[in-house]
Design a protein around this ligand. Structure first.
Ligand code: UD1
Ligand code: CA
Length: 459
């Protein structure tokens, strides 16, 4: 059986964060998410995740997934280090298993690389294999020391390395394969006599080598895959690489991304063919975008479904559904739970919240539509306000098909404008408007002749 031990208990001190490191996000998903996915993708049957102080939070995030969690004891009096973390899994590892060790902080690793490493490990009959790469700037990583026959003889951490070792550019990715039995044995032999007083997992290599076991190194060419996240700067670096990967995938699938370096699409997003995305757009969370859409300007779309042929300009769309052929913006805001029909027009400075708007309806300028059910073919004039809140409770407003709500009107909920109901501009509607009625709810206009002259205002 293939078993993974995924190390995710570290304190992440260098992040200077209140949040546990492996839950920091790259392109909208926690670092650990990507590592687990790669491991499962490489057909690792059992995945043991070692969690620490914020273990409950980490477990909460992966609720319902097929994972085993083991907690590394933390705090005063407890040892620390990747070796100690791996020891937490020892009771659950069978001698005959092939164990792969992964770091929860290397999100760019791919299932393909893990599979290749497995094969390399097996084909060469190694007792242990470490995944390495060559870095021009190896600072911070453990260095690979090779001995006789090019086999790995040990790994030296940056802080324990002498100048000669520091000059080595082959580094430890933190990803290993071991025979279960040998890993368990070697972990029982390591100590914490080093610069950081930590149990280093990397010391397992030297233990095994000294007993005559054969340790291989699988070098990957695309060193990007093994970049770890220890600091915010490295987090940004991984974000950039992941962003390029995601954008490349969409472009390969037929999406036009005008400037991929300035387009932010999170991991869980899907986009249909021939959709065009202009620079500055962010698409986040669980969002699905159909074919032939055009999305431009300072637009952010979160957790929404955008059907085909929709145009969105410089707008914020959250938790909403937008029907085919509809146009949104510029400067519109669809707040959660808005369901917009087909060929609708939501224009400049229009805010919609928790509302249903049916096909062919227009709200082109400066309106607030909150808690409303609006029918087909309705015209919502400029600056109409759906008054949904009395300071304590919220109420809904209904506007029937083909109704017309004149500019600068207030619809005070709960209220209904029936289909073909007309509301005159500037009205404040508090009572039902029946089918076919025109409702004028404003003071009558009074014109006073010669008023200016009488007041002596005109010299
Ligand atoms: C580690 C390796 C280094 C390698 C680098 C690759 C060791 C001693 N060093 O260094 O050779 O080049 O990864 O990225 O292994 N963790 C625990 N419990 C702990 C400490 C850490 O679970 O007590 C976890 C962390 O959450 C992290 C992983 O182990 O996911 C690696 O720990 P980290 O402190 O980041 O190790 P590095 O200094 O990066
Ligand atoms: Ca690290």
């Amino acid at each position: 059986m293939n078993v993974s031990i995924i190390l995710a208990a570290g304190e992440g001190t260098r992040m200077k964060s209140k949040k546990t490191k492996v839950l920091h996000e790259v392109c909208g998903k926690p670092l650990l998410d990507y590592v687990i996915r790669a491991s499962k993708g490489a057909k690792v049957e059992k995945n043991i995740v070692i969690v620490g102080r914020d273990g409950e939070q980490v477990k909460g995030h992966f609720k319902g997934e097929n994972l085993e969690f083991k907690t590394q004891p933390m705090g005063e009096g407890h040892p620390y280090g990747t070796g100690f973390a791996a020891m937490q899994a020892v009771p659950y590892i069978e001698d005959s298993s092939t164990v792969i060790i992964l770091s929860g902080d290397t999100p760019l690793i791919t299932e393909d690389t893990i599979e290749k490493m497995f094969n390399y490990h097996r084909e060469n009959n190694f007792d242990g294999t470490v995944l390495t790469t060559i870095l021009e700037e190896p600072t911070g990583y453990g260095r690979i020391i090779r001995g006789e026959g090019g086999h790995v003889s040990k790994i030296v951490e940056e802080r324990d390395a002498n100048p000669e070792e520091k000059a080595i550019k082959e580094i430890n990715s933190g990803i290993f394969c071991f025979r279960g039995k040998l890993l368990k044995y070697a972990l029982s032999k390591i100590d914490n006599e080093n610069a950081q007083n930590e149990y280093y997992l990397t010391d397992v290599i030297e233990v095994l080598k000294n007993e005559g076991y054969k340790i291989g190194a699988h070098i990957i060419v695309d060193s990007n895959e093994i970049h770890g996240v220890n600091s915010r700067r490295q987090l940004a670096f991984c974000e950039e690489i992941m962003r390029r990967r995601i954008n490349k995938r969409h472009m390969d699938d037929g999406v036009t991304i005008v400037n991929p370096d300035n387009t932010y699409i999170e991991d869980g997003v899907s986009i249909g063919r021939d959709t065009i995305i202009y620079p500055g757009v962010s698409i986040k969370g669980d969002t699905k975008i159909g074919e032939d859409c055009v999305i431009s300007g300072d637009t952010t779309i979160i957790d929404s479904i955008i059907q085909p042929r929709v145009t969105i300009r410089s707008s914020l769309v959250e938790g909403s559904i937008v029907g085919q052929g509809t146009t949104i913006g510029p400067y519109a805001h669809l707040r959660p739970n808005s369901k917009i029909g087909e060929n609708v027009s939501i224009g400049n400075f229009v805010e919609v919240k928790n509302s249903n708007i049916k096909d062919n309806t227009k709200a082109n300028h400066l309106a607030y539509i909150g808690d409303a059910d609006i029918g087909h073919n309705v015209n919502i004039g400029c600056a109409v306000v759906f008054v949904n809140y009395n300071g304590k409770e919220k109420f809904r407003t209904t506007v029937g098909d083909n109704a017309f709500v004149g500019s600068n009107s207030n619809l005070v909920a709960p209220v209904e404008v029936k289909s073909w109901g007309y509301v005159a501009a500037g009205s404040t509607i508090t009572k039902e408007v029946k089918e076919g009625e025109l409702s004028i709810a404003r003071a009558r206009q009074v014109n006073i002749p010669n008023w200016v002259e009488r007041k002596g205002l005109k010299k």
